[in-house]
Design a protein around this ligand. Structure first.
Ligand code: HEM
Length: 475
């Protein structure tokens, strides 16, 4: 009875049938010719899984593992096994959709694997776009182009199209403190370069807004997006719109006349840090959400691996937060132009700790506005970050872990070492545009590794846990 029910359900899905029928064969079942085109609906999956308690325990686990565990591994492990690639991915969704009903596994995208793939591609593309925005913003700052446009409209405007338009823009720039104190005598060709840099940065941001909003409304209309995902993405969209406003708020501070005539006009370090932190937050939010869409379950081979991942998780979160704080402290180095002082390493000039680190009043200002203190903090935090990632790597070496987690920890260690090397090279060579931009991109790449690691060591759902053997099989 149960056998015929299983087979009749399997007949309704061609891909799933190919995989399951071979497993059924192992139990002596005879489901060999399955060629129906109809889709394997959520209801059927649910019915099939709800039949499981009636099976003998060994068979029950076999079916469960086929549906849940194989499918979830497909993302990490089985993709290279070309033949079953598609069917495994489908099984993953099938199993997980059923598990959503029965075992509480939460999905961010409904309507099947195709929908998940489309939404995943869109979110990863958006995250990559934000990454490129951050790098472009860094280059804009490093080429001192950020103050070339002296006004701002939320909707944007056309660039100057005629020589007269260019002259008008140039005249406006000539009134700015940056022209008067830093760029006096600049010719129009050089002005056009810095103007185009800032224009490109702004328009790239607006294009991202459109690129995000259009597919979002399309996927909403198609009914792919769950309420939870909808709220999360709306929040990220609002942060993105706010990012444009913070950007202008930052630029405005650089257009104001500085208090003293000896001070170089530049944007407020607090506003620059707010702009960079908000960009990092949007990127992390998008990347985490994209991962959650395509990888609803973490990779897990055995209970021993799950226990290993739980131990890594305890360290991975604080280390991730430390990377974030180091990155924000870097924004203060950039905002105070502190990379152009103390261009030596490991000492700062002739001393380890400069004398004037607490020269400002009140004391707290030193941590955000004093060149020496800001750079010293960044060095200390960067060293602590490297040591913490090194500690994570060492303590994880002897743990039972899924290979994906082990590789990730190794790559994070390598990236941290590269980032510190980039930071030191940037400092020793007086912050050239290329190294400054690479160091900024490196910070975001290191954060990406930390997000991936934290996402990969999440606790699996109860339904997946139930299917796992206590120790991984040695192949
Ligand atoms: C884990 C290690 C590190 C992280 C995550 C990190 C992160 C950052 C970030 C996000 C910025 C801001 C970039 C920008 O807005 O353009 C920055 C700037 C900077 N960092 Fe680091 N950094 C690290 C290590 C170091 C080290 C070891 C040094 C050198 C001792 C260093 C020197 C600098 C300098 C000089 C700047 C200013 C560059 C500029 O003006 O554009 N960093 N860092």
């Amino acid at each position: 009875m149960l056998e015929s029910r299983l087979i009749s359900l399997l007949r309704k899905n061609k891909d799933l049938g190919v995989k399951i029928s071979s497993n059924l064969g192992k139990w002596g079942f005879t489901a060999t010719k399955i060629s129906n085109e109809a889709s394997f609906s959520t209801l059927n999956q649910y019915r099939l899984l709800s039949s499981l308690p009636k099976l003998a325990p060994s068979r029950r686990n076999f079916v469960r593992r086929t549906f849940v565990n194989y499918g979830l591994r497909s993302f990490h492990q089985l993709n290279h096994k070309g033949v079953h690639r598609t069917s495994f991915r489908k099984i993953s969704t099938v199993a997980a959709s059923a598990a959503e009903n029965k075992e509480g596994l939460k999905f961010l995208v409904i309507a099947g694997p195709h929908a998940r793939k489309m939404v995943g591609i869109w979110l990863f593309t958006s995250a990559a776009w934000v990454f490129s925005m951050v790098v472009l913003g860094g280059i804009t700052r490093l080429t001192r182009s950020g103050l070339s446009m002296t006004d701002w409209k939320f909707t944007g405007s056309l660039p100057p199209l005629t020589d007269e338009d260019w002259l008008v823009e140039f005249e406006k720039y000539k009134q700015s403190p940056e022209y008067k104190r830093v760029n006096k005598g600049m010719n129009i060709e050089d002005f056009k370069f810095i103007y185009w840099m800032e224009y490109a940065h702004r328009m790239w941001g607006r294009a991202l807004g459109i690129m995000f909003a259009l597919p979002f409304s399309y996927f909403l209309r198609k009914g792919y997006i769950t309420v939870r995902l909808g709220f999360r993405l709306s929040g990220l969209f609002a942060l993105g719109a706010g990012q444009g406003l913070i950007g202008w708020w930052m630029v405005k501070s650089g257009l104001e006349e500085p208090a003293s005539e000896y001070v170089e006009p530049r944007v407020s370090p607090y506003r620059l840090a707010a702009h960079l932190t908000s960009a990092f937050a949007i990127y992390c939010g998008l990347f985490w959400t994209a991962l959650s869409v395509v990888m609803p379950e973490p990779p897990a081979e055995s209970l021993a691996c799950v226990r290993g991942a739980a131990k890594v998780k305890r360290l991975a979160l604080p280390v991730g937060i430390l990377v974030g704080i180091t990155a924000i402290s870097g924004a203060f180095v950039a905002g105070n132009d502190a990379g152009r002082a103390f261009n030596t390493f490991p000492k700062m000039g002739d001393t380890w700790i400069p004398d004037d680190i607490f020269s400002m009043k009140p004391l707290i200002r030193n941590f955000f506005e004093n060149t020496s203190t800001v750079q010293l903090d960044h060095r200390i935090l960067a060293t602590a970050t490297l040591a913490a990632i090194g500690g994570l790597w060492l303590s994880a070496r002897k743990l039972d872990m899924h290979p994906a987690v082990r590789h990730l920890i190794g790559s994070t260690m390598g990236m941290a070492a590269l980032q510190v090397t980039l930071g030191i090279s940037t400092l020793l060579s007086y912050v050239p545009v290329s190294l400054g931009a690479a160091h900024q991109a490196g910070a975001l790449t290191l954060l990406t590794f930390m997000i991936l690691l934290n996402h990969t060591v999440r606790r699996p759902s109860p339904s997946l846990l139930k299917t796992l053997p206590s120790v991984a099989k040695m192949v």
